[in-house]
Structure formats: C-alpha cells, structure tokens
Design a protein around this ligand. Structure first.
Ligand SMILES: *Cc1c(COP(=O)(O)O)cnc(C)c1O
Length: 224
C-alpha cells in the first residue's frame, strides 16, 4: 500500500478527537511530502538534527513533534519551531526548554514521559516524580513551557493484556493528576500520547488522544 492509502486506512478507524502524529524518523523528506500532500500536518521525529534539517527543507505549517530522548544541550536546535516535545523526563531538561523558549519568544508545549513498560530500558519518570515536578516552585516560575499531559510507551510484547493494562494504568494516573493538581499556566493537561503502529487501537480504546504511528504509514525503517 502507498503512504496515502496507509494514512486513509488509519484515519478511517481513528476517532475524530484523536490526533495522528506520523512518525517519519529515518525516512526521506519525499515521504513526508507525500503524506503532506495527503493532508497530514503532524509529524514525529526522534532525533534533533534530523528534525531540524527536515523542518528547514519542508513546508512551514508542519507541526513537528519531538518523540525521542532529548539531551539538554540539543534543545537550542529545535526551540524556534518545535510544536510539542513528548519526551520531557527531568526538571533540568524542562529548565533548559524554558530558557530556550524565552529566547525564541515563545511558549513550548511539552508532555512528561512516564515509564509504564516492564522493561527498564525505556526512558521516563515514575508517577511520584511527575507529581513532584508538577507541584514544584520551579515549574510555577517558568513562563515559557506548558505541560499539556503525559506520554507513555508500552512494553514491546505480544501479550495484549499486558499492553492494555499499561495503557489503562497511565490513563487512570492522568485522570488522577488532573484532579490532584489544578491547572495553572504551566499545567494545561489535555493530551495523552500513547500508541504506536502495533498498539494504537488498544491505546485509543484505553483513552489515548494522540497516537504516534510510523511503520504502519511509511513502511519498515532501515537503520542502515
Ligand atoms: C519510532 C517511535 C514510534 C513509532 O513507531 P512505529 O512502531 O513505527 O509506529 C512511536 N513513538 C516513539 C517514541 C518512537 O520512538
């Protein structure tokens, strides 16, 4: 199937209030142009340099999502244009994003990445750390970041029950947080980013409203 057909097939099954982020990492700009020509505007990348190079070359109305681990010293390369950073996993990183966003005279939307998988290889905060960050004086003093919600990646397993459990667990925690921590400028929770090519349907059933789909749109990645 073509990129356009893959997009069509996914959109046909995706509820209207769920945002589809097309994960274009490792793929050439021509693939993104094809999806763009088919109405896609939200794209996800996991490497700062790759995203910056593509953003430079491609149409300016694309919304770029940074979904991979972000190193503090690289924030400066994306601060001018990034639409949403899904992978905030420390206060130190948030401070740097705030600083660079101030320089760029904008507010950068962020998600806190929460560790929900059983594997310990994936990045992310635990819920106590999320709470601590949300109620910190440091965050309330930041004028240039806005935390819009949470992101999580389930365990890479065939066990659908486990994946479902991890997604529903994150959804409950998100709902609890919204109750516990009143919204303020730095905390405007409306986004729960969970679900990839293999598990986005399950994620949406469990309450995700943003899915990050790569290979099901663009085909297998070749990491050469
Ligand atoms: C690569 C990646 C995706 C997309 O993965 P697919 O299985 O190709 O859909 C989603 N989220 C993150 C964080 C990723 O790194």
């Amino acid at each position: 199937m073509s990129i356009a057909e893959n997009l069509e097939a996914i959109r046909a099954q995706l509820p209207e209030d769920v945002e589809l982020v097309a994960v274009s990492k490792t793929h050439p700009a021509s693939f993104i142009e094809e999806a763009y020509g088919h109405g896609q505007r939200h794209f996800g990348e996991n490497k700062v340099q790759e995203m910056a190079a593509k953003a430079e070359e491609l149409p300016k109305d694309i919304c770029w999502h940074l979904i991979g681990h972000l190193q503090t010293n690289k924030v400066k390369y994306i601060a001018e244009f990034v639409h949403l950073i899904h992978s905030v996993d420390s206060l130190k990183l948030l401070k740097e994003i705030n600083k660079r966003a101030a320089k760029a005279e904008r507010v950068i939307d962020c998600l806190l990445q929460v560790h929900i998988a059983e594997e310990d290889t994936k990045f992310g905060l635990d819920m106590d750390e999320v709470r601590e960050l949300l109620i910190s004086d440091e965050l309330s003093a930041m004028q240039h970041v806005r935390i819009r919600g949470l992101m999580g990646m389930a365990t890479f397993t065939e066990d659908q029950d486990q994946v479902k459990r991890e997604f529903s667990g994150l959804k409950s925690k998100f709902d609890e947080l919204k109750q516990e921590v009143d919204a303020f400028e730095g905390w405007q929770p409306d986004t729960l980013s969970m679900g990839m090519s293999g598990d986005w349907k399950l994620a949406v059933e469990q309450g995700s409203n943003m899915v990050r789909v790569g290979s099901a749109i663009f085909g297998q990645r070749n990491y050469g």
